[in-house]
Write a protein that binds this ligand. Sequence first.
Ligand code: PLP
Length: 533
Amino acid sequence: MAKKSSTLPLNLKGPKPRMPLYRWLYEELRSEILAGRLHPGARLPATRDLAEQYRISRPTIVTAFEQLRSEGYVEGKVGSGTYVSETLPDELLQAPRAKSTAGTRRRGIPLSAYARRLRPLPRAEARPARAFRASQPALDAFPTDLWAQVAARRLRRVSTRLLAGGEALGYRPLREAVAEYLNTSRGVKCTADQVLIISGVQQALDRTAHLLLDPGDPVWIEEPGYPGAAVVFRAVGAKICPVPVDSEGLNLDAGRRRWPQQRPRLVYVTPAHQFPLGVTMSLRRRLSLLEWARRSRTIIFEDDYDSEYRYSGRPIPALQGLDRAAVVIFAGSFTDVLFPALRLAYLVVPADMVDIFAAAESVSTHHPPLIDQAILCDFIREGHFARHVRRMRELYAERLSVLVESAREQLGGLLEIPAVEAGLRTVGWLQGGILAERAAEAAAKYDVEVVPLSRYAYGRARRDGIVLGFAAVDAQELRRGVEQLARALEDCRRMLRQGRIKGSKMAKTQWHLAAACSFDICVGKVFDQRNHC
Ligand SMILES: Cc1ncc(COP(=O)(O)O)c(C=O)c1O
């Protein structure tokens, strides 16, 4: 990147009352970037200068810079210079303008209603993993040499037929391998004919939304829940109806009470390992949900992401495997089991929907990269996949116990980690009135990543919690993370006692606002009132 210095002196508007300082600074710098006053390649002022100019602490500035970096607005290292990204994605530049220009791009090219509703998802964190990155498996433990051998072998004997391309539904031998795996390991009942290979569960959601939803159709989503689903449903104009999650998963009765007039077209659930709370949907709830969906002719999208790893508790068959009325679309991904860059996942659809999904694939990507599909197929067929999953389950169980043990020793009275049955992440419940947003800010100052639960909630989050990943880093880094998190939470508790920050009971209204606003950050303003039932 050609590094230039900032040409314009910064003249930020002063801090706003009741807004955390880091957030104010983040927003001011972001609007300078989006308005072009801080141009690509421009160097941001040194933290020391900003601290002096605006009388704020350097850790606060670092937190704001980190937020900008994680969203792709800036690059570089605190200390050796932070620069506005040369390659600001177009969506970032459009996002705030779409509102102010009433749906017309700066160049005057009108966008579709879909494009006007579309908001980008935050990009994956580019920095090396640290405690407690939630969105990453143990990439350091991935057998890259083995993958390279399998890939090289496949490429050496690649047929002209494979090079010519294939079916829209995906590479047939891979669909067969996936069907076998799902039938034996995930309690799914399907034939290879119902399996589609797709570029990620995210794309599966997008496809499903385009094929099954029209603007105005109500969609139930879990609250808290996966923001990537909400973004997709919102973009096609669906009405988002959040339904609370309890200890048995999506609370069907609460949904019916909350949305009595709205028969949803689709319900999005993560029954094996609820995102982000980690609850497993009970068998009783699964059966009621299926029966209700059958009667109300609602399609259930079952997102099985992140559920290969179960450490305790009895596995319950997938909703799809219990479905007698062909109302379930099932999706799972290789992102968390192998590596995110692979971008391969699978969809299992009812037999009468196969053709329409194939048609949608044929007019867009045609099919996901076929050579990668063939390599993955070999990796599964040669037994490496099953071995890798077994090895990773052991590794993650070890990492989880390090987290739980260290938390028991050092986070007593500050954070409570519930029993973790499955997955690569867990929620931690904050104690003593500490707000999740405050906890995340404080943790960032100690170089620890935690995500406030409010990022996954629309409206009121009922309890203050943070999401901690335990898979991405080793035991040593997990221990460091717990130690630093304890310091961060102690700081919060001290400031709370001194009245320097607000606690969750003392500031209900503010908390509510914080929840809505941080969810906006995460999903790029997914909702507006019109699209919320
Ligand atoms: C619950 C959930 N579903 C789906 C996805 C997206 O999966 P993929 O990488 O296969 O697109 C994620 C990614 O974080 C997720 O957490």
